[in-house]
Design a protein around this ligand. Structure first.
Ligand code: DON
Length: 587
């Protein structure tokens, strides 16, 4: 390890402990200058963030974190590092890292200029129709939007990452791709999580010869921990982007391979769809919470809108006084979450196609109105809740990584192919998986998607439209300065996961490693239940049940990779222990 480089993977706690010890010793003299904002490295804390001065990267895969740090060592900025990590994850973590999917990147420059969002969400192909996932009787056909070639939206990742680099980067696209190409060509040693993931996904991937050939050994078994896994076809696909820029993916050989794959299997994506794909620069949703400015993803994601809406509702309650994960806190959070997810079901969609009452949904006035409907003692059944009436219309396994550089530039990126390994379909000859993001549209108004989310007319399939997302890359500012960079995978739970990290820091004064580690809860209106992780006490559950809540134990929710920036510029990284390959490293 380089001098001055502190890192900790969630898996390697022993190494993490010794590093934490040395960090603590090294920083003892700094204790009195540590600013107040929950990020202090103080004796007595149970979880400790990684610290650094020059740059910080938090991703769900150590190899991606490492190549991004190398960009910092070579003088690159946060966008250079983020784009490099994005391409590397497409190689090292094929279950969610991707070039066959899409996502959102929030960028807040250190110069205090307004943050911007790059929307590179997938789009429905031109031949898509509102009823394409229904049979002749109008019933939704099981799995058609999930595991067939119709499930794939036109991928946006390559165009989105390239646009970010073009607008804010200092390195070239081929420089950003070089580490990914090397990892694909020369291979990398697979961690246990990689093997386990492929063993679990065998049924889905095994149906497609190209997926079998790309991700499994010749005898059909999964690559084992410690073995070297190479992806020559993916290396060649990435090389075509390095050689020809964005058109090396959206035109030419790769585009032909995608269109050929579609034509052979009744898919819809054509050469024209690929050529026409454009990412969009959007204005993030902005709200405030107890003096902090919250910037998060605008439609076609619902994430930012509902994070701001829920925070607005909760701002009127003494959340700090209730105490973290107390029954009172969970009750109020769940009630606010229900209201927001009910509104999501009706109002949210792609603002290029439908009008979304964004200002109304994120206004303090509407939140006040909703707040009044919350009984402090009693759960309101979801069946009593309907989408509200915000102010009038106005025109209008996913993975997250956060990056901050020494100039204070911050990048918060969430991208996905939807399910783990997306549709399970590998583009023959191109070595990458296609997303199954079309399932995020409403296959039919009122019929839930894979995450149990109900959507309406606003999110019906239309040609060229982007499907509604919950992805919530978020940047929090205080007095104009970036202070927190965060976001998570987790389908419908992305919104509530990200929300809780923001509240853990602002309401409960936690340092960032504690904020990402402590147990989380989730409510999404329907199904009418609070999902909890391990670690919420039986007494708390009993109190919630007495208030009328149904409480259900869930496995780990989300995988939030976060960075905080202290007043003195110190960077604090918090990797989510819920993913064994998560890592935050500083330089
Ligand atoms: O865009 C969305 O909201 C979903 N496609 C995200 C999927 C996801 O987070 C899966 N990972 N855990």
């Amino acid at each position: 390890m380089d001098r001055g480089l502190y890192h900790r993977t969630a898996k390697n706690f022993a190494r993490g402990r010794s590093e934490r010890l040395s960090i603590a010793v090294a920083l003892t003299f700094l204790i009195f200058t540590v600013p107040a904002f929950g990020q202090a490295i103080l004796e007595g804390e149970r979880f400790h963030p990684v610290t650094a001065q020059q740059g910080m990267v938090a991703t769900s895969h150590t190899l991606a974190t490492e190549v991004a740090l190398e960009v910092f060592r070579n003088g690159g900025n946060a966008v250079d590092a983020a784009v490099t990590a994005g391409f590397a994850l497409a190689v090292t973590q094929p279950r969610s890292g991707n070039i066959g999917g899409g996502g959102f990147m929030l960028i807040a420059r250190g110069d205090g200029s307004e943050p911007e969002a790059i929307d590179y969400r997938e789009k429905a192909p031109a031949a898509a129709t509102a009823t394409m996932f229904q049979d002749e009787a109008g019933n939704v056909v099981k799995d058609r939007s999930r595991f067939t070639h119709l499930a794939a939206g036109v991928p946006g990742t390559v165009a989105g990452l390239a646009l970010a680099l073009e607008r804010h980067g200092t390195i070239s696209l081929d420089q950003a791709l070089a580490p990914a190409i090397k990892l694909a060509r020369e291979g990398f040693i697979v961690p246990r999580r990689f093997t386990e993931g492929l063993e679990q996904a065998r049924d889905r991937l095994g149906r497609w010869p190209a997926s079998l050939k790309t991700f499994y050994k010749e005898d059909g078994s999964a690559w084992q921990p410690g073995e070297r896994f190479r992806q020559p076809e993916l290396a060649a696909t990435l090389q075509r982007i390095a050689d020809n820029g964005v058109s090396g993916f959206y035109q030419g050989k790769t585009a032909e391979l995608i269109a050929g794959e579609m034509a052979r299997h009744d898919g819809l994506i054509t050469l024209e769809d690929l050529k026409n794909y454009q990412p969009v620069v959007r204005t993030p949703v902005h709200g405030t919470y107890r003096g902090y400015d919250i910037y998060s993803m605008s439609p076609p994601s619902s994430g930012g809108t509902h994070i701001v809406q829920i925070l607005n509702i909760l701002e009127g309650f003494p959340m700090a006084e209730f105490g973290h994960n107390s029954a009172a806190a969970i009750h109020h959070m769940a009630e606010a979450m229900k209201l927001a997810y009910a509104d999501r079901s009706k109002y949210l969609g792609d603002t290029d196609y439908v009008e979304v009452p964004l200002q109304g949904l994120t206004s303090k006035g509407y939140a006040e109105e909703l707040r009044k409907s919350i009984d402090p003692q009693k759960a309101r059944p979801a069946s009593d809740i309907n989408p509200g009436q915000p102010a009038p219309w106005e025109s209008p396994e996913t993975t997250h990584f956060s990056v901050v550089d020494k100039w204070g530039n911050a990048v918060s990126n969430t991208y996905t192919i939807n399910f783990s390994y997306g549709s399970g379909i590998t583009v023959e000859g191109a070595g990458f998986l296609l997303n199954n993001e079309m399932d995020d549209f409403s296959a039919k108004p009122g019929v839930p998607n894979a995450y149990g989310l109900i959507g309406g007319e606003a999110n019906k399939v239309e040609p060229g439209k982007r499907m509604l997302s919950s992805m919530s890359p978020t940047i929090v500012k205080k007095n104009g300065k970036n202070v927190l960079v965060t976001g998570s995978p987790g389908g419908s739970r992305i919104i509530t996961t990200t929300l809780q990290v923001i509240m853990n820091v602002i309401d409960h004064g936690m340092n960032i490693q504690t904020a990402v580690s402590v147990p989380r809860i989730h409510h999404q209106w329907l199904p009418d239940e609070i999902r909890i992780e391990q670690g919420i006490s039986p007494d708390t559950i009993r109190l919630l049940e007495q208030q009328g809540h149904k409480v259900v134990r869930n496995s780990a929710m989300g995988a939030i990779q976060s960075i905080m920036i202290g007043e003195d510029g110190t960077l604090y990284g918090g990797a989510d222990p819920r993913r064994s390959t998560s890592s935050a490293m500083g330089y």
